[in-house]
Design a protein around this ligand. Structure first.
Ligand code: SF4
Length: 368
C-alpha cells in the first residue's frame, strides 16, 4: 500500500532540515550554523520583509543596522531619519510601526525583545505571522510559521483543490502537523528557503526537492497551478493631479503628508483628487478647471501620465508644472499645509515615496 503524507510526518521535517543544512541561503540577518540569532536583526528583517522580497530588503537592512546597530539606537532615532532611510521600500506605515515598537521595547523591556508571541502581538505592526517568525527564528520556539511561500508548499504537498482564499485555515492545520520538536528556527527558515529556491511559484524544481517523496503533485505539469485561486478582482483606478512648482533656482515645492493613512509622514508634491474620498477624480484631469487649480497659477499640464500601482488601486497621475519667478508671494500665503522649496541636490534627504520619484523623473525627462 502507498504511504500517504500523514504517514510521513517525521520524515518531512527530517528531510527538510537535512536539505537546509546544505542549501540554506546566507542572509545578513541570519545566524551562522551553531550561532545564536540576533533578535533585533530578526525583528527588523521580518518587518521589512512584510510585503517585500528578500533581494529588495537586503540593502535596506544593511543600511539600518549600520546606522542603528541596536534596537535602543533605533528607538532614539528621529522618525524623519528613519522614514528617509525607508524611502523606496514602500508600505511606509511599517516604518512608523517599527519605530513605535522599538521605543516600547527600549523603554518597557530594557531593549530586550520579548521571546513570546503574546507580548509581540501587542506591538504596532506585528501580526500573527511576524510574531511566530520572530519567536521561532530568534528564540527557537515551537511555532507554526506559515507565510505565502509556505502555503504554496503545503497546498502542493497535499494537492489542495480549494482556492487558497478559502483554505488558509486547513493549510495552517496541515502545516502544524509537521513542526518538529527541535530546531524550530531552522525548520521555519528551511520552509522559507524551499519556497524561494525550489518550490517556486511558476515552475517548481521538483527534482531538487527534498519533499518529492511525499508530494501529491511532484513533477506533474499542474503543480504550478497550486495553490488554486479565486478569480482575480480588477484593481480600482484612481486619478490624481500633482502640482510641480519650481522656483527660479529649480527648487521644488514639497509638503509633508500628515494624514494617518497611505504615505503618512512622507514628503509629497502637493496633489489633488486621488486619496480624498470626497473630491475623488473620476477621470484624467487633462484640462485643469478652476476648481482643480492650485495657488491661483496658470499651470501647464505635461503630456505624459505617470501610472503607479498601490496594493488596492492603480493611480494615474497627471502632472501640472509651473516655474515661478518670485517665490516670496507663495511664501507669504497663509497655506493650510506645511510647505517648503527643496533644492534638487537635497532631495536625497527627503522621505520620498517611489511615486514622488517617478513624478520627478517624468518632469525631468520632459525637458521643459
Ligand atoms: S515536489 Fe515539487 S511541487 Fe512538490 S513540494 Fe517539492 S517542489 Fe513543490
Amino acid at each position: 500500500m502507498n504511504k500517504t503524507i500523514d504517514d510521513n510526518y517525521p520524515e518531512i521535517s527530517v528531510r527538510l532540515l537535512k536539505w537546509y543544512d546544505h542549501n540554506r541561503r546566507n542572509l545578513p540577518w541570519r545566524a551562522l550554523p551553531g550561532e545564536k540569532s540576533n533578535p533585533y536583526y530578526v525583528l527588523l528583517s521580518e518587518i521589512m520583509l512584510q510585503q517585500t522580497i528578500v533581494a529588495t530588503v537586503i540593502p535596506y537592512f544593511l543600511k539600518f543596522i549600520k546606522k542603528w546597530p541596536t534596537i535602543n539606537h533605533l528607538a532614539q532615532a528621529n522618525f524623519s531619519a528613519i522614514s528617509n532611510e525607508w524611502s523606496g521600500l514602500g508600505y511606509y506605515r511599517r516604518a512608523k510601526n517599527l519605530h513605535e515598537t522599538a521605543k516600547i521595547i527600549s523603554v518597557k523591556y530594557n531593549g530586550c525583545i520579548p521571546d513570546n508571541t503574546s507580548e509581540l502581538l501587542t506591538f504596532p505592526g506585528i501580526g500573527n505571522y511576524t510574531a511566530a517568525a520572530i519567536t521561532a527564528i530568534a528564540f527557537n520556539s515551537y511555532e507554526n510559521v506559515v507565510d505565502g511561500n509556505i502555503e504554496r508548499i503545503f497546498s502542493r504537498l497535499y494537492r489542495i483543490e480549494n482556492p487558497l482564499e478559502l483554505s488558509k485555515d486547513r493549510i495552517k492545520k496541515l502545516a502544524a502537523k509537521h513542526v518538529p520538536n527541535k530546531r524550530n528556527g531552522d525548520y521555519a527558515q528551511a520552509l522559507m528557503d524551499l519556497g524561494s529556491k525550489v518550490c517556486i511559484s511558476k515552475t517548481p524544481r521538483c527534482k531538487q526537492c527534498p519533499l518529492i517523496f511525499a508530494c501529491q503533485v511532484a513533477e506533474k505539469e499542474e503543480a504550478s497551478e497550486y495553490p488554486k485561486r479565486l478569480p482575480k478582482k480588477i484593481k480600482n483606478t484612481r486619478y490624481g493631479l500633482f502640482f510641480c512648482l519650481f522656483d527660479d533656482q529649480n527648487s521644488l515645492l514639497f509638503t509633508t503628508n500628515k494624514d494617518k493613512g497611505l504615505l503618512s509622514n512622507m514628503d509629497m508634491i502637493p496633489s489633488k483628487g486621488w486619496y480624498e474620498s470626497e473630491n475623488r477624480l473620476e477621470s484624467s484631469p487633462l484640462n485643469i478647471s478652476k476648481k482643480l487649480s492650485f495657488l491661483g497659477l496658470e499651470w501647464r499640464v505635461l503630456p505624459n501620465e505617470v501610472i503607479h500601482t498601490f496594493t488596492h488601486f492603480k493611480l494615474h497621475c497627471t502632472i501640472a508644472y509651473y516655474k515661478i519667478k518670485d517665490k516670496r508671494g507663495i511664501e507669504q500665503l497663509n497655506l493650510d499645509f506645511p510647505f517648503r522649496f527643496v533644492k534638487q541636490i537635497d532631495f536625497k534627504h527627503l522621505a520620498l515615496p517611489t511615486l514622488m520619484k517617478k513624478i520627478i523623473k517624468s518632469v525631468n525627462d520632459s525637458k521643459i
